[in-house]
Each structure stands twice: as structure tokens, then as C-alpha cells.
Design a protein around this ligand. Sequence first.
Ligand SMILES: Cc1cc2nc3c(=O)[nH]c(=O)nc-3n(C[C@H](O)[C@H](O)[C@H](O)COP(=O)(O)OP(=O)(O)OC[C@H]3O[C@@H](n4cnc5c(N)ncnc54)[C@H](O)[C@@H]3O)c2cc1C
Length: 388
Amino acid sequence: MYGLTSADLDLQGRARAFTDELIGFELEAETHDGRLPDAVTKAHHERAIELGLHATNMPSSVGGRGCTALQQVLVQEQAGRVTNGIAWCCATPPSWWPDVANDHQRETWLLPTVRGELEECYAITEEGAGSDLSDVTATARRDADAYVLDGVKWHVTSFNEADYVFFQAVLTTGPHAGDQALFVLDKDTPGVRVVRTPAYTHTLGHAHPIVAFEGVRVPATHLVGGEGDGMTFVYEWFRFERLMVAARCLGAAERLVDEATAFARERTVGGLPLIERQLVQAMLADSLTELFAARSMTYETARSVDEGVDTKVLHARCSMVKLYASEMANRVADRALQIFGGRGYMRENVAERFFRELRVERIWEGASEVQRLIVADQLARRGRSALV
Ligand SMILES: Cc1cc2nc3c(=O)[nH]c(=O)nc-3n(C[C@H](O)[C@H](O)[C@H](O)COP(=O)(O)OP(=O)(O)OC[C@H]3O[C@@H](n4cnc5c(N)ncnc54)[C@H](O)[C@@H]3O)c2cc1C
């Protein structure tokens, strides 16, 4: 099905078997603020590397798996079946970095990250700059052979687990003053401080603290690419992440359909199993149909990435699949919870956990409204036939 090659199927099978194991840890994570014992987390991380499920998006020139976009989707789809972020061990380091990393960045952070020895995080969003990154107010000032970074970043996912951080700022000096640039620095650089760690809807071991950067001095070698390149990286990252968000939403929806169907077979109400009640059948049928549509779109988009389709067209397609798959998965989670009834409202139930966890998929990497704007803009510029 879906024209997968034997190599695709082999990778998908490995990812599925591994994520089936990870599912067994969900309840422990849920009841311990999302955290598993360090030894368990370490073992998962090592196993993901051993199975070739880590750094699937990185080229072999830097030690990555060099998988096709479709293969990356297949792995992330399986990861999406697991709640509580346990499958984040199938990590995808920044795919745009090998092309622009200087020697210092390559040796210090990039290669160890691909080997699974270091973890990154991203400090881009601010209190007043999320959907529209042109509102970023963090600054980078050139001072001799260094830059001085200042700003307060919100929602810095995995800062508690990470070793280093990408920081986006507006340059205040030099010929590119006013442009944005991206920097990379170790988390323990003097001047980097956690302001607070808010609680979020989901239960993950990965926190999203607010982080202040106060007069943080970094050597000029910490500038990623050239001055003024910052937005380029963000757009490329968005395209990749939007496709992978869609992939994980497919996995979540598949698991929800499977679990709700199993429950509907077994649960009898008024002498009939729920699966024979037409209103429940409608919820399952709509969920399965939407999953099929989202999966077909996502695989097709991954193939268009592999075929080297024009970047602008890919930008629109990645927005379409992110929009559709994230909205679809939220509808499926809502229906699954409804089918489970009161059990579906218990945190020990997978539908309850996905109901909370999937909500952010409609917000991060660009809210659904922003995806619609991108798609409509590309439609107006290029016409329907260029996109679909
Ligand atoms: C759990 C979590 C983890 C995150 N992790 C990271 C991270 O690691 N690093 C990082 O840098 N950021 C991270 N983010 C930030 C995330 O990318 C932003 O929340 C997202 O881009 C939306 O920005 P915002 O929250 O400022 O919403 P706003 O920009 O304030 O938008 C609010 C709402 O307004 C609507 N809206 C926005 N723009 C438009 C428009 N043009 N037209 C119509 N409606 C619009 C949308 O409905 C949107 O949801 C994370 C967020 C969350 C919740």
C-alpha cells in the first residue's frame, strides 16, 4: 500500500516495533510529570540510535541516516503513536545546518548531535513575537570579535534536556542592522537564565521555560551562516517541521482509531456493542476516512520533497498537510474520547492524553490560521494548478 519500497517497509517496521515498546511506558510518564527514570530514557535514546531511527533527516556526510523525506515521515508517523513525548528520542536535528555550519559549529555541536551525544533547543518565540517573527525584539550587537545577545524567549521546548540553544535576534550593528540572525550557544553560557518554567496542558518530561539572555557574549563563530540569514533558516525549518507534525498526527490518529474501535467492539450498552450503534459508527467512519485523506496528502507531499519540487510549492504543500493533519487528529481525538465516554476523561486513557497533547499541533510551527494564510497567498500568486 502507498507504493512503499522494501527499504521503506523495513524502516517503518523497525519504527513500529520500537514505538510499540515505548507505548508501555506512557502511564508511568503520565503519573510522574512526564518523566521516566534517567536510565530508562537513556536506554530509549540508545535504542533509537541503534535502530537507525535517530537523525533520519541528516545527510550521511555528517553521519546521519540520509533517509528520504518519505522515510522520515514513516518514522515520525510511528513516533506519533506514542503519548507523553516518549518517542522524541527519534530526534531530527536541524537539517539545514550541515550546509551552513562553520568548522567550529560542525565539530562542537553538529556532529555530536547527529551522533546523539548532544541535544539542541530553539529560542525564537518571544512574548510579543510568535506567528509573526518580524516582531522579534531580541538583539545581537557586534563587539570586536564577538556578539552580545539580549532578549527574553518564550516556550523554549526541551531547554531542561538540551545542551545548547539556537537564538534568533535582530542585528543592531553593521551593514545588516535591522536584519535577523541566528546564533548557537551552549546553554550554560554566562548570562543565560531560566526566568520561570510554566506548566502546560500536556504532561511531558520536556519543559518549555521562559529564558532570558542578558548581555550574553559569544564569539563571532557562533553566528549561523551569514548576518541577515536568520529568516532563511526559520522558513526551511518550518517546512520540514510542518511535514513532520503532519506525520506524527497521522500516527496519533491511527492509534486513536485502533483503540476506539477495539473499545467499541468490546463495550456493550443496552445489549449492543457500541460498534453496532450507528452514531458511534459514524464517528469511527469519519475518523478513518480523514486519516486516509491526511496520510495520502502527507506521503504525496513527502514524495514531492524527494522529487525536488519548487521550494515555494513545497512551502504551500507543507502548510496544507500540517493544517489538515493537525486539525484532523484533533477531531479524531475528540471523537475517540467521546466513544470511550467517562473512561475517555481519565488520564490513564490514551484518548484523554492525546486530546490534550494534540491541541498544540494546531498552534506551534505556525497556527492553523497562519497555514491558511500561506496556502491562500500561494494560491493567489501561483494558481491552483501549480499547487495541487
Ligand atoms: C508547547 C509549546 C512549545 C513551543 N516550543 C517552541 C520552541 O521550542 N521554540 C520557539 O521558538 N517557539 C516555541 N513555541 C512557540 C510557538 O511556535 C508559538 O506559540 C506559535 O508560533 C504561535 O505564536 P504565539 O503563541 O505568539 O501566538 P500569536 O502570534 O499571539 O497568535 C495567537 C493566535 O492568533 C491567531 N493569529 C495569529 N496570526 C494571525 C493572522 N495573521 N491572521 C489570523 N489569525 C492569526 C492564531 O489563531 C494564533 O493561534 C512553542 C509553543 C508551545 C505552545
